[in-house]
Write a protein that binds this ligand. Structure first.
Ligand SMILES: NC(=O)c1ccc[n+]([C@@H]2O[C@H](COP(=O)([O-])OP(=O)(O)OC[C@H]3O[C@@H](n4cnc5c(N)ncnc54)[C@H](OP(=O)(O)O)[C@@H]3O)[C@@H](O)[C@H]2O)c1
Length: 292
């Protein structure tokens, strides 16, 4: 399989497309806002004018857009993927969306005899650029096996998890970890700063223990300095948190911490922190602790 289409050249999609171009694939791209296709065009990508044209030109179409509504729009509305369908077409959705929405979208594609896989990923544009994402996949196993070479180029670890939707459930559980880690670091740093302790010492101690994480070893130092090299916006993480609370509701389970986190991230967006990196949640925690 060599002809790959990418719909959605946001931070993640752009990096995935650049890496596939570097790896020798024939890549066609589409983005609603055309200016974002410039970088990939310069690297040799063909630029399509619609999702339909992407489908016509590709054996595998990878979708990397904001949410389930965007996935449905580019798939089923005018000039959508289904209008460009052909016998060899497989669709794979990398966007982070609700597992039940994902199942319904797969079913709708099936009505057009198109196999749709779920391929949510862990890792941002900074690792996507070198093919070092971690991928969770679900859906039709035969289609997955057919596309495996491409997936293994995009990610250094690929897990096939079973029936449609389940990869998104695992992805939500992964982003739940990210949410809590960013909050735990933000509150820990604020607590020690208010106690006149250098937060770098706090991180040095934390990173000397079993409780260290990639986040405490890397992004946390930028959090202390108020530097936010945005790889995943706080608003997009909040979108995922709301998807988690929605999924919990439909599963009939209580996840009390994520419910509380939803409120915190919602307030942070209201205070204007939505477009910085999600680790900028520390700015909101600092703000609510400013002297009155
Ligand atoms: N960044 C990460 O670290 C990361 C990691 C794992 C998963 N993800 C997931 O990957 C997806 C993309 O994330 P990102 O960080 O690349 O986000 P982003 O930079 O905000 O880009 C969002 C993309 O979605 C497109 N889009 C939004 N609404 C649309 C619509 N109605 N129709 C067509 N296109 C639409 C945007 O097009 P325009 O340019 O026209 O607005 C843009 O290409 C999200 O689901 C996110 O949760 C991101």
């Amino acid at each position: 399989m060599t002809r790959v289409g990418i719909i959605g050249l946001g931070m993640l999609g752009n990096a995935v497309a650049l890496h596939l171009l570097d790896s020798g694939f024939e890549v066609t791209v589409y983005n609603r806002t055309k200016e974002k296709t410039i970088q990939t065009k310069e690297k040799g990508a063909k630029v399509a004018t619609s999702p339909k044209e992407i489908a016509e030109n590709s054996e595998l179409v990878i979708i990397v857009v904001k949410d389930a509504n965007a996935v449905k729009e580019i798939s089923f509305e005018k000039d959508g993927i289904i209008e460009g369908k052909h016998e060899k077409l497989i669709v794979a959705d990398m966007s982070t969306i609700d597992p039940s929405e994902s199942k319904n979208i797969s079913k709708k594609f099936q009505e057009y005899n198109i196999h749709k896989l779920d391929i949510p990923v862990m890792g941002g544009p900074n690792v996507a650029i070198s093919g070092d994402l971690v991928m969770m996949a679900s859906g039709n196993k035969e289609s997955f096996d057919h596309c495996k070479d491409v997936f293994e180029k995009i990610a250094n670890k690929v897990f096939f998890l079973g029936e449609s939707g389940v990869a998104h459930s695992v992805k939500l559980a992964m982003n739940l970890q990210i949410t809590m880690l960013a909050l735990a670091l933000s509150e820990g740093i604020t607590l020690v700063e208010k106690s006149n302790v250098d937060p770098k010492i706090f991180l040095e101690i934390l990173n000397s223990t079993y409780f260290k994480t990639g986040m405490s070893e890397k992004k946390a130092y930028n959090m202390i300095e108020g530097k936010y090299d945005t790889t995943f916006t706080l608003a997009n993480l909040k979108k995922d948190i709301s998807t988690m609370t929605g999924a919990a509701k439909s599963l009939g389970i209580e996840l009390p911490m994520i419910k509380k986190a939803e409120e915190v991230y919602e307030n942070a967006i209201r205070e204007g922190f939505g477009e910085i990196d999600y680790t900028g949640i520390i700015e909101y925690i600092k703000k609510i602790n400013e002297p009155k």
